[in-house]
Design a protein around this ligand. Structure first.
Ligand SMILES: Nc1ncnc2c1ncn2[C@@H]1O[C@H](COP(=O)(O)OP(=O)(O)OP(=O)(O)O)[C@@H](O)[C@H]1O
Ligand SMILES: [Mg+2]
Length: 258
C-alpha cells in the first residue's frame, strides 16, 4: 500500500475577522512540497492577512494550518519560523542602524548565545554556533548579491535591495516554505530579474514558496498554482494563464478598481 505524503502546507477553512469585518472567509487550499504558489487579488482582498495567520503574526478566528502534517494553527511567529515556515514583509523594515551583515545574522531561532547560562556553561558551543551563523549569513548575502555591502548600515539599501536582504535573512534559518509578500513591489527591473532568478534557484534547491504579488509577469513566470483572492474568499486556483483569463477574476479586479 502506498501512502500519500502530507502536503507541505494544508490550509483548512481559515478565517480571520477584525470586529465585524471578515478579512479572510473560510479559505482552504493545499500546497505540495516543491511548489512556487502564487497568491493574487485586488487590494484589500485579504492576502497579507492570510499570510499573517499562516506565519503566526495574527491568530486566525477559525480554521487550521498544517505544515508538513504538523498543526501550527495560531502558534507564535518564532514557533512557525522554527517549524520551517519563514515570511518576508510587504514593506521590509531592516534595523537601519545595524549593518547589512548583522541584520542577516539576527535570523536563526534558538541561538545558544541568546541563552544567558549558555555563555558561561558552554562557551565553546556558543562560539561554534556564532561561527556557523556568520558563515551562513555571508553565504546568503553572496547568494543575493549583497556581499559588497555587508559592512554598510542597512539604511543605504534601496527598496529592491531590502527585499533581497529579507530573502537572505530568512534563508539563514533553512526554511522549508517561504512566504514572500510582494517581492517585486517598488523594485527596479534589473533587481526584479535578480529576485526572480534567486527564487527559481532556491526552488531548484528544494525550497517551496508562496508568493503574494501584483506583478502578473512575475506571477506568470514563477508561480504554479496561482490562487486568486477577492474580498476574503479564495475565488479560483490553477495555471496562471487560465486564472488570469477567468471571468470571475477579471470581474474581481474590475470591481475593486471601480
Ligand atoms: N489589523 C487590522 N485591523 C483591521 N482591519 C484590518 C487589519 N489588517 C487588515 N485589515 C483589513 O482587512 C482587509 C484585508 O487586508 P489585507 O492587508 O490582508 O489585504 P491585501 O490583499 O494584502 O491587500 P494589498 O494588495 O493592498 O496589500 C482590508 O479591508 C484591511 O483594511
Ligand atoms: Mg497586502
Amino acid at each position: 500500500m502506498t501512502t500519500t505524503p502530507a502536503p507541505l502546507l494544508d490550509v483548512q477553512a481559515l478565517g480571520k475577522r477584525f470586529g465585524g469585518h471578515e478579512a479572510v472567509r473560510g479559505v482552504s487550499f493545499r500546497l505540495a512540497a516543491g511548489c512556487i504558489g502564487g497568491l493574487i487579488g485586488p487590494n484589500g482582498a485579504g492576502k497579507t492577512t492570510l499570510f499573517n495567520c499562516l506565519a503566526g503574526a495574527l491568530k486566525p478566528s477559525s480554521g487550521r494550518v498544517l505544515l508538513a502534517g504538523r498543526d501550527i494553527t495560531g502558534c507564535r511567529p518564532d514557533t512557525a519560523f522554527a517549524a520551517g515556515l519563514a515570511r518576508t514583509f510587504q514593506i521590509p523594515r531592516p534595523f537601519p542602524e545595524m549593518t547589512v551583515l548583522d541584520n542577516v545574522m539576527l535570523a536563526p531561532p534558538g541561538q545558544l548565545g541568546e541563552q544567558f547560562w549558555a555563555n558561561w556553561l558552554r562557551p565553546g558551543a556558543v562560539r561554534a554556533q556564532e561561527a556557523r551563523t556568520l558563515a551562513a549569513a555571508r553565504h546568503w548575502l553572496d547568494f543575493v548579491g549583497l556581499s559588497a555591502l555587508e559592512h554598510q548600515s542597512a539604511r543605504v539599501l534601496s527598496g529592491g535591495q531590502r527585499k533581497l536582504l529579507e530573502l537572505a535573512r530568512v534563508m539563514v534559518a533553512q526554511p522549508q516554505l517561504v512566504l514572500l509578500d510582494e517581492p517585486g513591489a517598488g523594485v527596479n527591473p534589473a533587481l526584479l530579474e535578480l529576485i526572480v532568478n534567486r527564487i527559481s534557484e532556491l526552488n531548484r534547491q528544494g525550497v517551496s514558496f508562496l508568493i503574494i504579488e501584483h506583478n502578473m509577469d512575475l506571477v506568470a513566470r514563477l508561480c504554479h498554482p496561482v490562487m486568486v483572492m477577492a474580498q476574503g474568499d479564495l475565488l479560483v486556483s490553477g495555471k496562471a494563464q487560465e486564472v488570469l483569463a477567468d471571468p470571475r477574476v477579471v470581474e474581481a479586479y474590475l470591481g475593486a478598481a471601480a
